[in-house]
Design a protein around this ligand. Structure first.
Ligand SMILES: [Cu+2]
Length: 523
């Protein structure tokens, strides 16, 4: 039902959707309270083993929750932070206990799922109450029981599914995140809050400046009352609504003058966020340490850090003196004539107090030896292939009001189908330069699975910083003049890249509607 009928049924079903189940998900924090970090689960003796139970409920305000529930033995918490070291194994048991209306299940299944021969997990139809997990940004294999999202389906009520992921010794330390990735329905569960942080430890070994600093983990999520229907939305910080009309703001506690190490994930559906810390109406210098989980070669100072949806930034913030007004803020961001409005708002107030919570403090490691990073030599390599891809949109058609495409130049524009053949074939060992152009009147967020890629050029001009990223914005076309483009370098030398995996727009509605394709890296 990859067609107009799906779209119409979706809208019709959602319009009348009232689920009368009791609360299955933990209560979210009360507006105006102190923002706490998520519970951290740490690896023991080289293994982080945990069970997460996916549940679903609708709160008193009509917002749908999807939650990764974790039982500590004394309490149930939502979406814990998973902390691993390079070389550890992550063992994650996922139980799908979504109980949803029968009508939803019947009407919202998407056919065209994979043949049984390729199925991983329970198989069956892609539908709103099936789930799986993507380990966003991790350089791990796109294989069943690891980071496969194309074939893995965990259906409600089954015995569950076990992920067993060896974390490579070369995995860059930093902030990653996990979230469901069932094609056609990714937006629903992420909209409901199903997303958590995944931290690869060791940043202080690359950047000793963060050793000993209180560390904070903030996930910015976005929630629409009705997913897929454009309209007002809420941003939340660690599940606390950031802007309640006439209400109190979330409170981040800091000691006056204190430096903290903040690890911020843009876990929104579609919000491009120019982040700032504002003190007395002035954006403060932030010491940027890492982007998308990849430590920068040198810490650099910026007063605005632009994060596309799914991007992460890790930076050192210095608290102002006592008695100062301070906020974590996201500025307006223009996504173009047909884009979504990304509105400025304060995400949290920073309250200065000598009694502020200390937060988690990473060990100081003492002597720091120079560390070689995974992609250190990439700038000097010769590409083995060059490709051009482009984002585009078409109005009218059979898959909803707008068709969203990402296309390899020279191929036909078409939306993703689960059974499609990969649109790009390459081999382990390849290094490829891709130019990604945006021919749409809307900014898109390009995301590549399994690897970080290197920024080379924007609009044909070399970038000042060749950052390693996994998600970037490709700015909209103004309607005249040249298209904007970004050139990046893809590194498939690591044998863990072998397999079939997707690249796509990380505006989740676009991804769900097919702005995605597969590529294959042959061993
Ligand atoms: Cu998009």
């Amino acid at each position: 039902m990859h067609s107009l009928s799906k779209w119409c049924l979706m809208v019709a079903v959602l319009g009348s959707l009232v689920v009368k189940l009791g609360a299955q998900c933990p209560d979210r924090p009360v507006p105006g309270s102190v923002v706490d970090d998520p519970l951290s689960l740490t690896a023991q003796n080289g293994t982080l083993s945990a069970q997460l139970v996916m549940k679903h409920s609708v709160d008193g305000n009509g917002y749908t929750h999807y939650c990764y529930k974790y039982n500590t033995g004394t309490q149930i918490v939502e979406a814990p932070t998973l902390r691993v070291n390079p070389g550890d194994e992550l063992v994650l048991d996922i139980l799908n206990r979504i109980e949803n209306e029968d009508a939803m299940k019947m009407k919202m299944a998407m056919t065209g799922g994979d043949a049984a021969a390729q199925a991983c997990g329970d198989g069956g139809a892609m539908r709103v109450d099936a789930t799986n997990v993507h380990y966003h940004g991790m350089n791990v294999p796109p294989k069943c029981h690891q980071d496969d999202v194309i074939h893995t389906l965990i259906q409600p009520g089954t015995a569950g599914f076990k992920y067993k992921i060896p974390i490579p010794a070369t995995q860059p330390p930093g902030l990653y995140w996990y979230h469901p990735h069932v094609h056609g329905f990714t937006e629903f569960q992420v909209n409901g809050g199903a997303a958590g942080a995944l931290i690869v430890e060791g940043m202080e070994k690359i950047h000793p400046e963060v050793a000993g600093l209180p560390e904070r983990v903030f996930l910015i999520r976005q929630q629409f009352q009705v997913p897929w229907i454009p309209g007002p939305y809420q941003l939340t910080i660690n599940y606390q609504v950031s802007q309640v009309i006439g209400g109190a703001k979330p409170i981040i506690q800091m000691k006056p003058g204190e430096k903290q190490f903040w690890r911020v994930a843009n876990a929104t559906l579609q919000d491009f966020m120019p982040l700032q810390v504002i003190v007395n109406n002035q954006p403060q210098p932030l010491q940027l340490v890492a982007l998308d989980g990849y430590p920068l070669p040198q810490i650099r100072t910026q007063d605005t850090i632009v994060l596309p949806p799914a991007g992460r930034a890790e930076f050192i913030v210095q608290a102002p003196p006592a008695g100062t007004d301070a906020f974590l803020f996201t500025q307006d961001y223009s996504t173009g004539p047909t884009g979504n409005p990304d509105l400025q708002q304060s995400l949290a107030a920073i309250r200065l107090s000598d009694n502020a919570n200390a937060g988690r403090i990473p060990r100081a490691t003492g002597q720091v030896a120079p560390v070689r990073m995974k992609y250190d030599d990439l700038a000097s390599q010769k590409p083995t292939a060059e490709r051009k891809l482009f984002f585009s949109e078409e109005f009218g058609g059979t898959n909803g009001p707008i068709q969203f495409y990402i296309t390899v130049d020279g191929q036909k524009q078409r939306v993703f189908e689960p059974n499609e053949k990969p649109v790009i074939t390459t081999k382990v060992g390849a290094i490829e330069d891709w130019t990604i152009e945006n021919r749409a009147l809307e900014t898109h967020a390009f995301h590549m699975h399994q690897i970080h890629f290197m920024m080379l050029e924007v609009d044909g001009k070399p970038v000042a910083n060749q950052d390693m990223r996994d998600t970037i914005d490709i700015p909209f076309w103004e309607g005249s003049g040249p298209f904007h483009s970004v050139k990046v370098r893809m590194d498939f030398r690591d044998p863990t890249t072998a397999g079939t995996f997707p690249f796509h727009c990380h505006i989740l509605l676009h991804e769900d509607l097919g702005m995605m394709h597969k590529m294959v890296v042959e061993p």
